[in-house]
Design a protein around this ligand. Structure first.
Ligand SMILES: Nc1nc2c(ncn2[C@@H]2O[C@H](COP(=O)(O)OP(=O)(O)OP(=O)(O)O)[C@@H](O)[C@H]2O)c(=O)[nH]1
Ligand SMILES: [Mg+2]
Length: 223
């Protein structure tokens, strides 16, 4: 546990941040909340609950993840969302493959563990179809066995994460991390993890931006 930094990436999540921090606390030697310029009480609440709050440059989720990678002092970095979608009780399973030397990056897969958000609305169906296509391209091009490239809930060897030289400021960060890890020959694996629906606040990801993810992987496949 001492060697684990948990970083919760948050922008305007005042209704859920306290629970996220409290849940993560028992699993973390170091607990960071990376705040993306929240205009609500997210940062204050996180501080009150005992997290070390860092402010990113406000350019997006990717900027927050990159700051967490840069600042983490633990050998293993766990990244998770603040909206109640991810359950901290999965953290021990998530870090186990890295601890045992079987993986460098472990993704919490909603395809293996189920999701409360993968159905019911056009947005969800488009996201699921896009994710399936991206998995297909990824596994074909890099001979991997990945089902959920986009999930923000993941654990990574912190030093190896720093060596990836990630650049994305936005939601492309998760995909960029997986592709760069595969290109470098890092061991990428998954565990089953259930995604709960957002417990408050509003989504920051617009499904209309989905083409960016396909365009990014298409370009990466060629290089
Ligand atoms: N630091 C920082 N965090 C962000 C930013 N944008 C989103 N986040 C956080 O990143 C996490 C994922 O964003 P969400 O809006 O939940 O995206 P999503 O999970 O695809 O969308 P939903 O399924 O609707 O929840 C949440 O904890 C957000 O608060 C940002 O610009 N900066
Ligand atoms: Mg969410």
């Amino acid at each position: 546990m001492k060697n684990i930094t948990v970083a919760i990436i948050a922008r305007d999540e005042e209704t859920t941040i306290a629970r996220a921090v409290l849940g993560a606390k028992t699993h973390a030697g170091e607990l960071l909340v990376v705040d993306g310029g929240s205009v609500d009480q997210t940062a204050e609440i996180a501080r009150k609950e005992g997290a070390l709050v860092l402010s990113d440059n406000g350019r997006g989720k990717g900027a927050g993840v990159r700051l967490a990678i840069q600042k983490a002092r633990g050998g293993i970095l766990v990244l998770m969302d603040a909206d109640g979608s991810h359950h901290s009780s999965d953290i021990p399973e998530l870090v186990r493959p890295i601890r045992e030397g079987r993986a460098d990056l472990v993704i919490a897969s909603r395809l293996r563990g189920g999701s409360d958000e993968f159905h019911g609305t056009l947005d969800n169906i488009i996201r699921q179809a896009g994710g399936a296509l991206i998995s297909l391209m990824l596994n074909w091009r890099w001979k991997a066995d990945i089902t959920d490239c986009e999930n923000g809930f993941r654990a990574i060897d912190a030093q190896k994460a720093r060596e990836l030289g990630l650049k994305a400021d936005d939601f492309l960060i998760e995909q960029e991390m997986v592709i760069k890890a595969l290109k470098r020959g890092l061991k990428v694996t998954e565990i089953a993890s259930h995604e709960y629906s957002r417990q408050g606040g509003v989504s920051k990801l617009k499904t209309s931006q989905g083409w960016k993810f396909l365009w990014h992987i298409f370009r990466e496949m060629l290089t």
